[in-house]
Structures are given as structure tokens and as C-alpha cells.
Design a protein around this ligand. Structure first.
Ligand SMILES: Cc1cc2nc3c(=O)[nH]c(=O)nc-3n(C[C@H](O)[C@H](O)[C@H](O)COP(=O)(O)O)c2cc1C
Length: 189
């Protein structure tokens, strides 16, 4: 069983989100990690999107630009870790999703014109931490629920440690709340 870990924790070893992700992944074998800080992906623009669409239409998926989509389509589980930035997550994660959204690989359209997912993962687990509250305006997770549905991933799961930047907050206690949720999620993988 392959777990794809999308590491969008851009502060690296300083990241509290990454700490939670590493704890969740501990002991799980066969994890493939993609580190968005290292990848520094470019967004798609008109010309690059058109070039990709032309290859997608011909089913020519050998170009390395499709490796991200291939990983996403083939993983048995997806884990995404990202901090809560500007009510969602860092732009680097949105760009990664652009690269994963390959027509004919992670989704396609049926002859009736219906969008149908092609990914094999049974669930997508999203782990985040926020300086303030996350759950009231959880737009990053809501977007990823939409993407999971588009890609044919039937279940999405979520854990957040909130209020980590609130003056006087008990940060460890707030992280522990997320840890409780994560240990339940880990037990039901
Ligand atoms: C660019 C940036 C944007 C942020 N936006 C928000 C925000 O909209 N709401 C919030 O509660 N915290 C926000 N924060 C605070 C982070 O969510 C918080 O510090 C989080 O725990 C960082 O995760 P990390 O330790 O994994 O890097 C932001 C921090 C940064 C650097």
C-alpha cells in the first residue's frame, strides 16, 4: 500500500504542521513524500496549459510533467500537510493540485460529458495548523474535498491544531487535540 505524502509545510523543520504529519506517518511503510518547498513548481499559464492539453488529448503521458498526476492517481492513500495561510493554504499547494489534475489520469469526462475520477486512493487526509481558528472558515479543506470528489477519492479526513499563535495559548494542549483526532484517523486507515 502506497501512501503519498504531499508536504506543503513550507517552514520545514520549524513547521508544527509537519510535526503532526510526521507523527501520523510514523510506522507506516511505503510512504512517498513530495516536498513542495523543494519542487518550486510553476503555475500553469495559457501556453503551458494548452501544450499539456494537447498531450492529454493524444494520451501522451510520457512527459515528466505528468509524473505528479501519475503519483496522485496510483497512491492508495493521500496525506496532505499544509499550514493555514490566508484562510486556506500556501499557493504552492494550489499549484501542485494544478499539476495533479491531469485529464485522462486523475479524472476524465465520460461520453455523456460527466466528470469522473480515476484515482485509486480510498481517502485523502488533510492535516493543518492555524494561528487562529481554522474550522470556522476552512476553505482549504473544503476545496480539497471538492478535488477529492472530482478525482474519485471517496473519503476525506481532517485534523487541525488551532490557535497556535494566540498570545497565552497552551500550544501543546492545542496540538494534543489534533493528535487525538489523528490517532483515531490512523486507527481507521
Ligand atoms: C503567510 C501566512 C499566512 C497566514 N494566514 C493565517 C490566517 O489566515 N489565519 C490564521 O489563523 N493564521 C494564519 N497564519 C498563521 C499560521 O496558520 C500558523 O502560524 C500555523 O501554525 C503555521 O504552521 P506551521 O508551523 O506548520 O508553519 C499565517 C501565517 C503565514 C506565514
Amino acid at each position: 500500500m502506497t501512501v503519498l505524502f504531499v508536504n506543503a509545510c513550507l517552514r520545514g523543520d520549524e513547521s508544527r504542521t509537519l510535526t503532526l504529519c510526521r507523527e501520523y506517518l510514523e510506522g507506516i511503510e511505503d510512504v512517498k513524500e513530495v516536498n513542495l518547498s523543494e519542487m518550486r513548481l510553476e503555475p500553469y499559464y495559457g501556453d503551458s496549459a494548452a501544450y499539456r492539453a494537447q498531450l492529454e488529448a493524444k494520451g501522451l503521458f510520457d512527459d515528466p510533467m505528468f509524473d505528479i498526476g501519475k503519483d496522485f492517481a496510483e497512491a492508495d492513500e493521500i496525506v496532505i500537510g499544509a499550514p493555514y495561510w490566508d484562510l486556506s493554504f500556501p499557493a504552492a499547494l494550489k499549484i501542485y493540485i494544478e499539476h495533479a489534475a491531469v485529464m485522462g489520469m486523475t479524472f476524465h469526462y465520460t461520453e455523456e460529458g460527466r466528470c469522473e475520477g480515476l484515482c485509486r486512493a480510498k481517502h485523502l487526509t488533510y492535516i493543518t495548523t492555524g494561528g487562529g481558528q481554522v474550522s470556522a472558515m476552512n476553505y482549504g479543506y473544503e476545496y480539497l474535498c471538492g478535488i477529492a470528489s472530482m478525482f474519485g477519492i471517496p473519503e476525506t479526513r481532517f485534523a487541525a491544531a488551532e490557535n497556535l499563535d494566540v498570545v497565552g495559548a497552551d500550544i501543546e494542549a492545542n496540538l494534543n487535540e489534533a493528535r487525538k483526532v489523528l490517532s483515531r484517523l490512523k486507527a481507521t486507515r
